[in-house]
Ligand binder design. Structure first.
Ligand code: SAH
Ligand code: SF4
Ligand code: F3S
Length: 482
C-alpha cells in the first residue's frame, strides 16, 4: 500500500531500512527492509522481537548484516518487480560476505512460495505472514546450509502477546495490529490469498500494548487491519466461526467486542493519546464507529475510506459490497456526525470492462466527496484472484494511465483548494520529527492527518503545539507556532 496507509508513515518509508540500530560486535545482526502496507511494517516489528529473543540485533547497515530480511508486498505487479530488483542488489553483498543469508517474508513470499527459492538462487529462506514464530527454527536450517520455507497460514495466529520491537523510533507514534487476514474477496485483490482468513486479536492484549506504549512516552497509536470495521473478538479463532456462533446462539453479543467498543477501550487508556485506525470499509463502517469517533476528542477526525470506483457497475464487478450511492450516504452520515472529519480514499483506474462512462462516474464521485488525500493506482491483474480467473484485463495500459492521470490531476487540484482553506487556521499538532527539508524545521500532523511544518525553536519531538497555517502546497501546510 503503498503503505498504504493511509497513515502517511509507511508510504514515505517504503524500502528504507528501519531506524533502530542496536547491534554491537558480539551479536548476530539482521537488516530488515519493509515494503507494502502498514501491516507489513507492524509485522517487521514482531519479527524483530522474535529474532531479538533468538540473539539477533537489528542494524541499519546492510553491509554489516548476517541476515537480510525483506518484508514484501504482492498487491500490484510493480510491488513485486521492485523486490526482484532488490534481491539482485542483496546478491552483491553475498559476494563480499559469504556467510550472508537472505530471507523473503510477507505477502510475496506467501504468494510465490517455493518458486521463489527455485527461481532466485540468492534466497535462503521464504516465510509467510503467519509463520514468523518459526523463524528461529528455520534459521537453524539455513545456518546448516539448507534452504528453508514455511508458508502455512493460520486460523488463530495474531502474535497477540508478542511485544513488538519498535523499529521506527521516533518514540511518538506506533502501529498496533488488531486483526489479521481478510474475508472480503474483492475480485481484484490478492490479500485474502496472502494473508488468509480474518481473525481478531484479543482486545486485552491490544489495550496492554497501548498501555505499555503510553508508559514509554508514545503519544499516538494507529490500529491496523485490512478491514478494521469488521473487527470482532469472540474468544479467538476465525471471524467466520464467531459469526456462525452468534447466529446459532453459542456466542452472545455480551461476550464479544466489536470495533467501536475496541476503539473506545483504546481511547480511554489516556485522553492525551491520539488514536487513529486504518483501513475502514464502506460496507462495514457503522454509525456506532462514527459516533465513537465523535465522542472522543483524542480519536482523530480522519477516515480512510477506500472507494475504488465511482461506478456502481464496477463496484459490483469488484465485489465491494456497496454501490456509489451507498458510499455517498456513508460520507453524508459521517459529515452529519462529524462535520469537520477529513476523508481519504483509494482509487483503481482501468479495472476490467471499465468504460469512459464508468471513469467519468469516478471523477464525479471524487469531486462530490472532496478528499483530503487519495492513493491512486492503475489496475494490475493478480494471479489467482477472482478477476484473473473470470474477467478479462481488457483495458489497454495507455487508457488505464490516461484515466489515472485525469484522476490524479483532479484530486491534486482539489487537495490544493482544501489546503488553501486551511491557511489562517490554527491547529493542534503532535510533533513527530525533524523535517526532511531542513534541520531548522519540525513536522507533525493535526487531527485531520495533515502534515504541518514549522520552525523548530525550543520545541521537542512528542510535544503538542498550536500552529497557525501560513502557506500550503498540495501535500503540506507550512505554519508558525502560536
Ligand atoms: N483493505 C483495504 C485495502 C488494501 S490494499 C480496503 O479494502 O480498502 C490497498 C489498495 O490497493 C486497495 O484499496 C486498492 O485500491 C489497491 N489495490 C488492491 N489490489 C489492486 C490491484 N490488483 N491493482 C491495483 N490496485 C490494487
Ligand atoms: Fe483486498 Fe478487499 Fe480485503 Fe481490502 S477488503 S484487503 S481490497 S479483499
Ligand atoms: Fe499489505 Fe501488500 Fe500484503 S498491501 S497485506 S503487504 S499484499
Amino acid at each position: 500500500m503503498p503503505l498504504h496507509d493511509k497513515t502517511p508513515l509507511p508510504e514515505a518509508m517504503q524500502g528504507t531500512a528501519l531506524v533502530l540500530d542496536d547491534a554491537n560486535s558480539s551479536t548476530k545482526k539482521m537488516y530488515i527492509e519493509s515494503y507494502g502496507c502498514a501491516m507489513n511494517f507492524a509485522d517487521s516489528e514482531v519479527v524483530a522481537a522474535i529474532m531479538h529473543k533468538d540473539g539477533y540485533a537489528t542494524t541499519n547497515k546492510m553491509e554489516d548484516a548476517d541476515l537480510i530480511l525483506v518484508n514484501t508486498c504482492a498487491i500490484r505487479d510493480n510491488a513485486e518487480q521492485r523486490i526482484h530488483t532488490r534481491l539482485r542488489e542483496y546478491n552483491k553483498h553475498k559476494k563480499t560476505n559469504k556467510n550472508l543469508k537472505i530471507g523473503v517474508m510477507g505477502c510475496m513470499a506467501e504468494r510465490l512460495k517455493e518458486t521463489l527459492i527455485e527461481n532466485q538462487k540468492v534466497v535462503d529462506l521464504v516465510i509467510g505472514p503467519d509463520a514468523y514464530r518459526d523463524l528461529p527454527n528455520l534459521m537453524n536450517q539455513v545456518d546448516d546450509g539448507q534452504k528453508a520455507i514455511n508458508v502455512i497460514l493460520s486460523k488463530e495466529e495474531t502474535y497477540e502477546e508478542i511485544e513488538p520491537v519498535r523499529l521506527i523510533t521516533n518514540g511518538v507514534t506506533a502501529l498496533v495490529s488488531i486483526m489479521r487476514g481478510c474475508d472480503n474477496m474483492c475480485t481484484f485483490c490478492v490479500v485474502p490469498f496472502t494473508r488468509g482468513r480474518e481473525r481478531s486479536r484479543n482486545p486485552q492484549t491490544i489495550v496492554n500494548e497501548v498501555n505499555d506504549l503510553l508508559s514509554k512516552g508514545y503519544k499516538e497509536v494507529t490500529l491496523l487491519g485490512q478491514n478494521v470495521d469488521s473487527y470482532l473478538w469472540a474468544g479467538g479463532g476465525l471471524k467466520k466461526d464467531a459469526i456462525a456462533g452468534l447466529k446459532n446462539g453459542t456466542i452472545t453479543t455480551e461476550s464479544t467486542v466489536n470495533f467501536a467498543q475496541l476503539l473506545e477501550m483504546v481511547a480511554l487508556t489516556s485522553l492525551t493519546l491520539r488514536v487513529r485506525f486504518s483501513t475502514s470499509h464502506p460496507k462495514d463502517i457503522t454509525d456506532e464507529v462514527l459516533l465513537t469517533m465523535a465522542k472522543y476528542h483524542n480519536i482523530c477526525k480522519y477516515l480512510h475510506l477506500p472507494v475504488q470506483s465511482g461506478s456502481s457497475r464496477m463496484l459490483e464487478l469488484m465485489n465491494r459490497g456497496y454501490t456509489a450511492e451507498w458510499y455517498l450516504q456513508r460520507i453524508n452520515k459521517m459529515r452529519e456526525i462529524m462535520p469537520d472529519c477529513a476523508v481519504s480514499t483509494d482509487v483503481i483506474s482501468g479495472f476490467c470492462t471499465e468504460t469512459e462512462e464508468d471513469h467519468q462516474a469516478t471523477l464525479q464521485l471524487i469531486d462530490a466527496v472532496g478528499y483530503e488525500y487519495a492513493y491512486m493506482f492503475t489496475y494490475s491483474e493478480r494471479p489467482g484472484t477472482l478477476a484473473e480467473r473470470k474477467l478479462a484485463d481488457d483495458i489497454a495500459e495507455d487508457v488505464k494511465l490516461r484515466r489515472l492521470q485525469e484522476i490524479i490531476t483532479l484530486q491534486r487540484g482539489n487537495a490544493l483548494k482544501r489546503n488553501m482553506k486551511d491557511v489562517g487556521n490554527t491547529y493542534e499538532v503532535l510533533v513527530e520529527g525533524v523535517s526532511k527539508r531542513s534541520n531548522d524545521y519540525l513536522y507533525g500532523r493535526n487531527t485531520y492527518n495533515k502534515n504541518i511544518i514549522f520552525k523548530r525553536d525550543n520545541i521537542k519531538i512528542g510535544d503538542y503545539v498550536h500552529v497557525r497555517v501560513k502557506e500550503c502546497t498540495t501535500a503540506t501546510l507550512l505554519g508558525e507556532v502560536v
